[in-house]
Design a binder for this molecule. Sequence first.
Ligand code: HGY
Ligand code: MN
Ligand code: MN
Length: 411
Amino acid sequence: MPGHDLAIDIDRLRGRLDRLAEIGAIDGGGCCRLALSDDDRRGRDLVVGWMRELGLDVGIDAIGNIVGLRAGGTGGAPVMTGSHIDTVRTGGRYDGNLGVLAGLEVVEVLNTAGIETERPIAVAVFTNEEGARFAPDMMGSLVYAGGLDLDTALATEGIDGATVGDELRRIGYAGDLAPGHIRPHAFVELHIEQGPILEAEGVTIGAVENLQGISWQEVRITGQSNHAGTTPMRLRHDAGYCATAIGQFVRELAAGMGGDQVGTVGAIDLHPNLINVIAASAKVTVDLRNTDEAKLQEAERRFAEFLDELAEREGAAISSRSLARFEPVTFDAGIADTITGVAQALGHSTRRMTSGAGHDAQMMARLCPTAMIFTPSVGGISHNPAEHTEPADLAAGANVLLRTLLALARP
Ligand code: HGY
Ligand code: MN
Ligand code: MN
């Protein structure tokens, strides 16, 4: 098989990772490149420049997804890889970026070796994977896969009041191509695990075979502002108390359900947010996830019942709107087998895995056979500037991606 002795250049890959990490750099070695921000634009421009230097045919679609295409011998549907380069506000330098830049590294290895694969190879950068500024997460790949109407996505208002459409136009990435213009033969995403399992077990490569369900809600609470000193406790309609009670309930709900149930209150906004004023209103985000759809629905039902009881008890108006809702996804077992076989042939330890995080791959699985490759996260830390993956593990993941793509690119 051509390319059986090919290997990625880890210094070149780390050089691109470090260069991209300079854009939106924050203390501690991480990145803040919120989707469609000026830093996201600068990151996109850098990656598109690298794609063009590598001879890829670069296309940008109407939701800003970028696809770099490398021609193949037989033409037809490409084998696609990729991920995202937008980050959360306190992001690390590997989340998403590794999947995109390892894809470019694979292209450069093939170019240098003069190898033409049978099937074309594509590298994608999906818009707004994080959903931190504009919900839902995985927005670009969801539109690409036909799971969200383009106009609805473009009209989405972010946490800062801007809309996706306006920001795409402002940064110059409102492309002409129809999202989903290329239907891949297969999709493989390399990503850091962002959790503790691989490191704890001393395993190098995760072959990801499924991904848990995600439920995001925004809860709005309207109470009554009043004086913190003069208002008897029995007369209060305290939105601040309701917000903290929601955090307490979500923690106890997840602990009580056990298993794979997780729950997070990530954002709380109080108004007027002052020390001596009983909060008039509050906005709270709730992230519930479970590998089991029925259990995730049970968690949602119990949470909704709690909100009704809290509103009654506190004399507050409480409403909730869904920001994202994705059922658990099962990836392609055959590709997971290929990942496992390739990794073991390279001498790496492997294990099958479930992804706790959402990824663009979960949307691409709606279009074609899809799976993911995980590499260990030091301390299981992610969405944190301290996010780190050892160079040897970065190289292992990228080499497994190289070999997996080569295997899939053969007819
Ligand atoms: O929310 C997630 O799991 C991903 O980081 N967007
Ligand atoms: Mn990610
Ligand atoms: Mn992330």
